[in-house]
Ligand binder design. Structure first.
Ligand code: ADP
Length: 493
């Protein structure tokens, strides 16, 4: 049996505490899986306003309040609260500071729709808080897995400030990149908050990026290893097209970069026992899926008829997700007699365009501009096809949820979508979805045409559905790969 490790997962989002996207699902399910593999796993995230003491069973830890942390000339006081990830009982620590974290949004102010102006202070405090927590909890991890820019300064702070202290010296750090489009870029003046040296802030320095401060760059350059969320994305981020200006930095670390596919939580996303859906089903018996469709048609005031093909979409309504292609295609999908259900929040311009379509096509289309976990499960269960024509996609979870729910994903061949969805072939009867490339409207429209053709051929449709539902995306394989990297880093010490 492999050595048991102390693993700290630091993430700005963890389901069920705080979520804006897939990172929350992944942080939570990976932590649980590593715990079941006999590691001593703990999780650290900020205590945002949406995390409620009662609902999330958050406890006070008496001796862990009033802890000072200095950022520049200002001293903040933090408290560390505790909770658990259930049912595995993974200890979760929440960094509390009312001034910086007790707000309506996680990163964006819902009123102005802009990033909070003090996001640098907020997440720097979070990173320093991790070191404070280790000290006061007397728990020094072997590995710290730092997700995205919000946690990316931890390897940098370790290297520059903490590694000199004996108790921190052996900690190994891994940066996990869930989306390189978000890097934590701030005005260089903010560097004074962490008392950075000239060497690191001058042009070409660890923290510097076109005259600004870049948290993720510092993390990439100081971590022991870098993991990103799919093998294809690991290659794509080293190219100018998808490197978002960090391709050169990533190339420098080429031999330390790993692409490991995210897994899904098969307890939460499981059509056989999903608590949100009106009927259960499995690969042998799909009658429950028909019922889910009918019930959703009733709930959303769509024409009640299980024969009608239903196209679902859940996700951020942003350019990344190719929502513009979907908007353009909706009239044609609906005019061919299908239904479209969209759940998401994103850019105002897309909200407006979708709203206009929704008003025009009543009874055929449903639009829900909100975050709604329950509806997300119902859409996955009820739909026949899932629209995910992302321009780029580090891993993507919804296509994996769709496959498990027998809902055929229609995807652009990119990043994690290319690694998880194989194009259907009529000839060989293989493939679990419909894949198009390159990214353009014409190819997406052709993919939709193929979807209608497959739907009208019951034999083909049942075979592609069978292929989809038999694909395994549990964490078993991926968590082992994380473990291998961690064990290699720790060595025999
Ligand atoms: P990303 O992390 O880029 O947003 P993913 O496909 O990896 O995209 O993960 C998105 C996650 O967030 C999925 O679990 C999806 O179901 C969920 N999600 C996104 N938008 C919504 C919404 N409006 N309501 C409910 N769940 C949502």
């Amino acid at each position: 049996m492999p050595k048991s490790l102390r693993i700290l997962l630091v993430s700005p989002e963890v389901e069920p505490f705080a979520k804006t996207g897939g990172l929350a699902d992944v942080s939570s399910s990976l932590a649980k899986k590593l715990k079941t593999m006999e590691h001593d796993v703990r999780v650290f995230l900020p205590k945002y306003k949406i995390i409620k003491d009662r609902k999330h069973s958050v406890r006070e830890v008496k001796r862990l309040s009033e802890l000072p942390i200095q950022l520049g000339n200002h001293t903040y006081t933090i408290a560390i609260r505790s909770a658990q990830l259930l049912p595995e009982r993974v200890p979760v620590f929440l960094l509390e500071n009312k001034e910086l974290f007790d707000r309506e949004g996680l990163y964006v102010d819902p009123l102005t729709k802009k990033d909070y102006e003090d996001n640098a202070e907020r997440f720097l405090l979070f990173c320093y808080g991790v070191f404070t927590a280790m000290e006061v909890l007397h728990w020094i991890p072997d590995i710290v897995l730092c997700s995205d820019w919000q946690a990316a300064l931890i390897p940098y702070l370790l290297k520059r400030q903490y590694a000199k202290q004996e108790n921190y010296a052996k900690i190994k750090t891994v940066v996990a990149i869930h989306n390189l489009a978000f890097q934590g870029i701030f005005p260089m003046e903010k560097a004074s908050l962490l008392k950075a040296s000239k060497t690191d802030t001058k042009a070409g320095g660890m923290l510097e990026f076109w005259g600004k401060l870049n948290f993720l760059k510092a993390g990439i350059l100081s971590a022991d290893k870098i993991i990103t969320v799919s093998p294809t994305y690991a290659k794509e981020i080293q190219t100018p097209t998808l490197g978002f200006g960090l391709e050169g930095v990533l190339k420098q670390r080429k031999k330390d970069i790993y692409g490991i596919l995210n897994g899904i939580d098969t307890n939460i996303w499981n059509p056989e026992k999903d608590e949100f859906i009106p009927a259960h089903y499995n690969i042998q018996d799909l009658t429950g899926k028909q019922r889910c469709k009918l019930m959703l048609q009733v709930e959303l005031n769509l024409q009640n008829n299980v024969e009608i093909p239903m196209f679902g979409m859940i996700g951020r309504l942003t350019e990344q997700k190719g929502i513009d292609l979907i908007i353009d295609a909706i009239p044609s999908i609906l005019e061919q007699g299908a239904q479209v259900v969209i759940l998401g929040v994103g850019d105002d311009k897309y909200h407006q365009q979708l709203q206009q379509l929704y008003e025009k096509y009543q009874g055929k289309m449903h639009l829900a501009i909100r975050f709604d976990d329950e509806l997300a499960h119902k859409i996955e269960a009820a739909s026949d096809f899932f629209l995910m024509p992302s321009r780029f996609e580090p891993c993507g979870l919804n296509q994996m949820y769709s496959l498990r729910y027998g809902t055929i994903p229609i995807v652009h061949s990119i990043g994690g979508l290319a690694d998880t969805v194989q194009d259907w072939s009529e000839k060989t009867q293989t493939g679990n979805g419909i894949v198009f490339k390159p990214f353009n409207q014409e190819n997406f429209n052709l993919a939709l045409k193929r979807a209608f053709a497959i739907y009208s051929n019951p034999y083909a449709f049942s075979k592609i559905r069978y292929n989809a539902m038999s694909t395994d995306f549990s964490w078993s394989i991926s968590a082992k790969k994380y473990e291998e990297i961690f064990l290699e880093l720790v060595g025999d010490e």
